[in-house]
Design a protein around this ligand. Structure first.
Ligand code: SF4
Length: 339
């Protein structure tokens, strides 16, 4: 079980010597602001939102690529913060990441054997037979077969899909308990996206790991995710089981995201309210609900107070942070929301 508790990541608007003279001194961008969620073992949570909402920063903080301002992650009950203090290598063995860009996230001068053996060697495994066997097993597991044919290849000889499979192999070779995949299919051709989704789904089941799947594409989460968390301006505004969130969204932002998914059928028209306007200035957050400048249902209360998450339709597993969750007009977008 992965338990992320009240995670925050604030970036100063200006830093260093410039902060002494700048009018923005002391101001911060709250990229991740009190984010909490749980992922059971063998489950996939989709973290969805538009660009700049803080979803990738959440992944980077969990991976220790950015220092959190506060908060913690429990990996099967053990504090990530304590683990990092005790033994950083152990933390990195238990949590791994798949990056968005399969071209930029592997070194073009290293061959497949070098790329896959590095995590093992970093963890102190030196036995060449063990390393080779593990590499072959991993290549086979991610669908790069026959594995012997790939070991000596360099990245430029691999297609985009094969490179992403290699990146996935590098992430799972240490058999982590928690995997973060940051937009893993967004740079791939449409024809190979579904292969990667199927692979991730199989690996979660076979290796019994927890997966955080970060994406801006709500259309793909229905295929892969058990739960969805919708993020807006650093906060999770809705979270719940995939079917509940997609069929009965309790937050106007979720409704707008669903209504923006194209349906490949001109006879079906969307009835939801699309959002207008641009995302607010993250340095000067709006008062009350952060979504109110773009929300078609905003009331005075929304401008004054920030809503907290409450159960949608009395379902304790499905929560939305909106004052009007139970008063929103009917919503029927069940057709075609999974492409
Ligand atoms: Fe819209 Fe108000 Fe709900 Fe915020 S709290 S999403 S402004 S209705």
């Amino acid at each position: 079980m992965i338990d992320v508790i009240d995670l925050k990541k604030y970036f100063p608007v200006v830093s260093g010597i410039r902060s002494l003279f700048s009018r923005s001194r002391g101001k911060v961008v709250k990229a991740v602001d009190s984010v909490s969620f749980q992922i059971e073992t063998g489950q996939v949570l989709g973290l969805v939102g538009e660009s700049g909402c803080g979803k990738s920063t959440t992944g980077r903080v969990l991976l220790d690529l950015e220092q959190p301002t506060s908060g913690d992650i429990l990996i099967n009950g053990e504090s990530g913060r304590a683990l990092k203090k005790k033994n950083r290598k152990t933390y990195y063995r238990r949590i791994q990441m798949i990056f968005q860009d399969p071209y930029g996230s592997i070194n073009p001068q290293h061959n497949v054997a070098s790329i896959l053996s590095r995590p093992l060697m970093y963890q102190g495994i030196r036995d060449k037979t063990i390393i080779r066997d593990k590499m072959l097993e991993t290549l086979d597991r991610v669908g790069l077969s026959p594995p012997e044919a790939f070991l000596e290849k360099y990245p430029h000889l691999l297609s985009g899909g094969q490179r992403q499979r290699l990146c996935i192999g590098r992430a799972i070779i240490l058999e982590p308990e928690f995997l973060v995949a940051d937009e893993p299919i967004s740079m791939l051709d449409v024809s190979i996206k579904s292969g990667i989704i199927i692979l991730l789904k199989r690996l979660v089941r076979e290796q019994n790991l927890s997966l955080l799947y970060i994406t801006h594409d709500l259309a793909t989460v229905g295929h892969l995710c058990d739960k969805i968390a919708i993020m807006y301006m650093g906060r999770i505004v809705e979270i719940g089981p995939t079917d509940d969130v997609l069929d009965r969204p309790g937050h106007p932002y979720t409704r707008a995201l669903i209504s923006s998914i194209p349906i490949p059928d001109p006879s079906i028209t969307r009835s939801g309210a699309p959002i207008s306007g641009a995302i607010s200035d993250p340095v000067n957050l709006p008062s009350g609900c952060r979504f109110h400048p773009r929300c078609p249902y905003a009331e005075n209360l929304c401008r004054q107070r920030e809503p907290v998450s409450a159960a949608v339709k009395d379902n304790p597993e499905h929560g939305a942070a909106c004052f009007l969750t139970d008063k929103l007009p009917g919503f029927d977008l069940t057709k075609g929301h999974r492409c």
